[in-house]
Write a protein that binds this ligand. Sequence first.
Ligand SMILES: Cc1ncc(COP(=O)(O)O)c(C=O)c1O
Length: 369
Amino acid sequence: MNTNEPFIGMHKTELDTPALLIDLDKMEANIETMASYFSTVNADLRPHVKTHKTPIISHKQIAAGAIGVTCAKLGEAEAVIHAGIRDVLIANQVVGPHKIARLINLAKHSEIMVAVDNFENVQAISEAAAAKGATVRMLIEVNIGMNRCGVEPGEPVLKLAEKVRQSPNLKFEGLMGYEGHTVTKRNQVERDAAAREAMQHLLDAKHYLEKQGVEVSIMSGGGTGTFNITGSIPEMTEVQAGSYIFMDSTYGNVEGVGEQFDCSLSVLATVVSRPSPNRVIVDTGLKVLAKEFGIPQPVGVNGVELTGLSEEHGTIQVSDENVSLKPGDKLEILPSHCCTTVNLHDRYYGIRQGIVESVWDITARGKAQ
Ligand SMILES: Cc1ncc(COP(=O)(O)O)c(C=O)c1O
């Protein structure tokens, strides 16, 4: 018997907790909203797996029009490729012999593409691919102002592109730049200006290469906060947005984004104690809720504030004495960062109109290698 079967058909409040819930109607509406935007522009959507880490959701995004997926880690790429998805970008550097061996194995079963920003890494991937008769597609990552990975636009990009083009068993596809320092800027005008300034560095790098006769087929970048900024630039060919599928309280407050996508993810909690009228303790602590973007808050209950998280407990301050929460009651908490919260859970309960419709294992959860 499928161990998930007993849950199907239950009301969500009957589930044991902590439990990670997806409101399926809202998630599907988010997929639809994003897909319809990308049907109007030149760029395609290559949604990021790091948010949901679950191949069935990638399949839903592809069925709605996405060209493939973006991954942060090899472990995510393995999960989606084993589930039949072929067009996969690892928007990250794959470094070291163990990981390169896994990359080459994947290249034999997919059209995997990887970001590079270093000569030795390009050399190592080329040698490993040649030894196995595989071909690896490459994007050069350009630093467009986030100051994370990436080579600088201009001559450094050209030199690395030439290295990729001259190396056996590699295919130079184009450029990638992630404007991560701009995506959660709340003010729409400021975010627009900052993202366009960042993307101009990627466009400059492209024009520099083209002047030297290097063809740039793929231009990849973008996140949820910039999907319709980066996505509207005619020379961009794809956008890597991920969080839009679930949203969270952080992206919900980003002007022009929060209005378009609904928060579809929540963590169901049980009240385990009410030691005093103004304090309620729930069973959702740091092991099921991430807090690096702020303490997540309960939804649908007025007069309460989650003020502290320890490993297994959440402490809620009650300012309205009419709040009747007592041990055994359940409430939902809206994550402040969907991606890191998902990574703390084994499975999703897919809910439609209050009822459990499906249970999905979060296959790539914890796949940090
Ligand atoms: C390389 C890269 N691309 C795209 C994204 C977009 O993610 P989000 O949709 O969460 O903004 C991220 C987020 O961390 C990223 O690191």
